[in-house]
Ligand binder design. Structure first.
Ligand code: FAD
Length: 574
């Protein structure tokens, strides 16, 4: 069995944090920090990573869930960013995480016959060419196809016939963002990284003018631990400025928070084989199919409220419905929505900030020294986490050390990737043995890759785990069990938001599964009856607050409605 994030592992990690000296302490367990922890650990550096919340609870569980080059950046002539992202897309699809990252076709509907088709074809053609070049002249996804109106409607029967005269079909890919982060943390753990969630950096220590470590607080107990570290890497996304301020220096990054929201709809609501990519007046809109639902996003507006709980407003929801309805034959209504979520883009702030232009701020990342011994990295995107990680560790080590210990992650598979093909080839046989149909096996392989064998071994040990959840039958009880024993869930919300994502993927936000999921978690995590009830109540209150926020017209009133409910473990990040 490979590396497990669990309550016991976390206890051991907290002890190690106080006893050992680390080469590298990473603050922030979003995709950037998780990537840095893996990069550093796999270079042989003694590495620790902490997050004040659950893994991926910040922006990294609230994205559009795409691993993409970003066609829109091509239209901003940002070739470097697109080429880099497409190269990473190729690596993730073929070697690093082929179980988690899946190629996805999209239609780009065209309205004008000649000029637009030629213009779009050149753009998408360049996109394909950059991808092929980045993958060493191998194709990791099919290249663009030009479709007639009839062919496009066959691929997307629910499109309004007058919304297009034809389409270009091109490929990008999609990923469960939070699952990617948790898999990165576990893979880093496999190579020796020490990892503790709900552990907040509250102080940065210095010795002789250099950063020497940090004081972290175990938010579950309130215990404080002094961690010694030669280098600190601050990967705290929209919280970058708050964290770097702890070093009491004037160096560092300025980061702007821009909100983007998504809607989740049932898969059967839109009949289509491909996703859709639309250009809007401000940005782009994606309509993205998943096995059981659709994700539609996103928006891009400045956010001035507390950073911890960004929420969609009724205006944001109407914006997305209106834009999607411009092309959908049967208009979507609010009743179709089964979930929503909002995230904050950590956009690097230019010197002179004009918020109304936040869509124009570069998505590229920057690494900088905050103080001797501490660097900060922000910007970038989920897709380019590996490059960001390698740049951050190189920068922290300095040229000479970085040359001696280069990054090796370009070819390093994440847990679940080795042996994937061999396990995929057994899928039918395994499905028969356990009574799982092809859809279930597809779902399991896309979540666990070759580690599905560990999940099945857990079912062998306790056959009741092979039963589906009564209220959410597409998940097995074994998946909840694994969330707690292997994937580091410590609270009910950790399971329902980032691991079994019913919070955004079920119409009742997971409410009807709360009792069953809490029963499984309570047994594994040793909760008392009182604790179990408190976890359930907190989660239900949270859903009520999220729903109340969605009805509000402004960010201010929506955030106030959401913040009526306190967190099960207060991270007190603003
Ligand atoms: C709406 C939206 C859609 C997007 N879609 C895509 C997409 O489809 N594809 C793509 O490639 N990119 C996408 N992005 C961009 C991508 O999601 C982000 O760039 C990325 O997730 C940022 O990750 P991060 O690790 O830097 O920040 P975060 O995920 O926010 O992580 C920062 C972490 O730091 C922790 N932290 C803060 N302070 C402390 C402290 N004192 N001590 C310990 N921990 C602390 C927080 O708890 C948090 O978990 C999207 C972004 C948004 C907002």
């Amino acid at each position: 069995m490979s590396y497990q994030l669990s309550v016991t592992q976390r206890e051991a990690a907290l002890s190690a944090l106080g006893e050992e000296e680390f080469d590298c302490l990473v603050i922030g367990g979003g995709v950037t920090g998780a990537g840095i922890a893996l990069d550093a650990a796999s270079r042989g550096l003694k590495t620790a990573i902490v997050d004040a919340q659950d893994w991926a609870f910040g922006t990294s569980s609230r994205s559009s869930r795409l691993v993409h080059g970003g066609l829109r950046y091509l239209y901003q002539l940002d070739f470097k960013l697109v080429a880099e992202a497409l190269t990473e897309r190729g690596r993730l699809l073929s070697r690093i995480a082929p179980h988690l990252v899946e190629a996805q076709p999209f239609l780009w509907p065209l309205k004008q016959r000649v000029v637009e088709r030629a213009y779009s074809a050149v753009g998408v053609g360049m996109y394909d060419a950059l991808a092929v070049a980045g993958a060493g002249f191998k194709k990791t996804v099919p290249v663009q196809k030009h479709l007639s109106k009839k062919a496009a409607i066959e691929r997307f029967p629910d499109i309004k016939p007058d919304a297009l005269i034809g389409a270009i079909e091109f490929y990008d890919s999609r990923v469960d963002d939070a699952r990617l982060v948790i898999t990165l943390i576990r893979t880093a753990g496999q190579y020796g990284a020490v990892a503790a969630s709900r552990t907040k950096v509250v102080e940065v220590t210095k010795s002789g003018g250099r950063v020497s470590g940090a004081v972290v607080e175990d938010l579950e107990t309130g215990n404080k631990i002094t961690v010694k570290a030669k280098h600190i890497i601050n990967a705290t996304g929209v919280w970058t400025e708050q964290t770097q301020d702890l070093a009491g220096s004037t160096g560092g990054l300025k980061v702007l928070a821009a909100k983007g929201i998504h809607l989740v709809l049932p898969r059967e609501r839109i009949k289509a084989e491909a996703g859709m990519f639309l250009r809007t007046e401000k940005s782009v809109l994606f309509i993205i199919p998943w096995q059981y639902y659709w994700v539609i996003g996103t928006t891009d507006t400045a956010w001035h409220e507390k950073l911890t709980h960004p929420v969609p407003t009724s205006e944001d929801i109407d914006y997305l419905l209106d834009h999607a309805n411009e092309v959908l034959a049967t208009p979507l209504t609010r009743d179709d929505i089964i979930g929503t979520y909002a995230g904050l883009r950590p956009l690097l702030q230019p010197k002179v900030l004009d918020e109304s232009k936040s869509t124009k701020v570069s998505r590229e990342h920057t690494v900088t020294e905050v103080a001797p011994g501490m660097v900060a990295i922000a910007g970038g995107k989920l897709t380019t986490y590996r490059v960001m990680a390698s740049d951050a560790v190189d920068f922290a080590l300095g040229k000479d050390d970085a040359k001696r210990r280069p990054s090796i992650t370009a070819d390093l598979p994440l847990l679940g990737a080795p042996g994937l093909e061999a396990v995929r080839n057994q899928s039918e046989r395994l499905g028969k043995k356990y009574g799982f149909d092809a859809d279930r096996m597809k779902h399991l392989l896309s979540r666990y890759g070759s580690e599905v064998l560990d999940l099945l071994a857990a079912i062998d040990a306790d056959p009741s785990l092979g039963e589906p959840l009564q209220a959410a039958p597409r998940f097995l009880r074994a998946e909840v069990h694994r969330a707690c024993t292997v994937e580091g869930a410590m609270h009910l919300e950790d399971i329902l938001i980032t691991r079994i994502r019913l919070n955004s993927e079920a119409r009742d936000r997971g409410a009807s599964a709360v009792d069953e999921v809490a029963d499984i978690a309570a047994e594994v995590l040793g909760w008392s009856m009182e604790r179990k009830e408190a976890e359930k109540q907190n989660y239900r209150d949270r859903i009520a607050a999220e729903l109340a926020a969605e009805g509000q017209p402004t960010d201010e009133t929506a955030a106030a409605a959401r913040n009526e409910v306190s967190d099960i473990v207060a991270a007190e990040l603003n």
